[in-house]
Write a protein that binds this ligand. Structure first.
Ligand code: PGA
Length: 257
């Protein structure tokens, strides 16, 4: 088992082109080129090409936050997979809870996008996770299982090995409420076992990121968990210093309380 950790910044609807270029440059300077971890930033579409250009020759990789589920056509306002690739993206976030919640993305649509991203040579980051109401109703595992199973439907084991999954409990996103390392590991372990049941050995290759209020002061304990292979970071990825500290995590278990 040797999964290289991936720290991904999800900038959401923040940053102009100039700010994006500046942030990429600062991040690259602060993090250097660590061989034992991967760094990704996901700027808004408008800044994708400029950010990718600024990242050239550095260890910073660039991804999109979404893409359309068609290759081209009459889809006003949408962006095709080939276009994000053309702009320099290597990864694409798919099925983020904000897209599921505000734009009605279903498991079927998410699955179509995951398959299309793989076909187009992009690494999909499939987001899964329960809402607060679902957690309180004891449905966390049912929801996560459905997101994983439906999101990866019709994929081969070889395809799955190229997918990144991000477990993001919706109640922890942007709220400052992080899942505890144990709470997160419980779900990450569950996802790993589900992947094993569905795809066998390929499960060991899939990176499962944790997302939801990851900060410089909680990243080390989260990364000490055996099935947490990185982070999908929103708010704290908007500041070069904070995100660089997160990228340069040192996995250490939190002291027992
Ligand atoms: P947050 O966002 O780090 O601001 O909680 C995470 C995400 O939505 O990907």
């Amino acid at each position: 088992m040797s999964r290289k950790p991936l720290m991904a910044g999800n900038w959401k609807m923040h940053k102009t082109i100039a700010e994006s270029v500046d942030l990429v440059k600062k991040l690259a300077a602060l993090t250097g080129a660590p061989a034992d971890r991967e760094i990704l930033v996901c700027p808004p579409f408008t800044a994708l090409a400029a950010a990718a250009q600024a990242a050239k020759g550095t260890a910073v990789q660039v991804g999109a936050q979404n893409m359309n589920d068609n290759l081209q056509g009459a889809f006003t306002g949408e962006v095709a997979p080939g276009m994000v690739k053309d702009a320099g993206a290597t990864h694409v976030v798919i099925g983020h809870s904000e897209r599921r919640q505000f734009y009605g993305e279903t498991d079927a649509l998410v699955n179509k996008k995951v398959r299309l991203a793989l076909e187009q040579g992009l690494t999909p980051i499939l987001c899964v996770g329960e809402t607060l109401a679902e957690r309180e109703a004891g449905k966390t595992f049912t929801v996560v299982e459905r997101h994983v199973t439906e999101g990866l439907k019709a994929l081969s084991a070889a395809d799955v090995a190229r997918v990144v999954i991000a477990y993001e409990p919706v109640w922890a996103i942007g709220t400052g409420k992080t899942a505890t390392p144990d709470q997160a590991q419980e779900v990450h372990g569950f996802i790993r076992r589900k992947l094993e049941a569905l795809f066998g050995n390929a499960a060991e290759k899939v990176r499962v990121l944790y997302g939801g209020s990851v900060k410089p002061d909680n990243v080390d304990a989260l990364m000490a968990q055996p099935d947490i292979d990185g982070g999908l970071v929103g708010g704290a990825s908007l500041k070069a210093d904070d995100f660089a500290r997160i990228v340069l995590f040192q996995a250490v278990a939190a002291p027992a309380k």
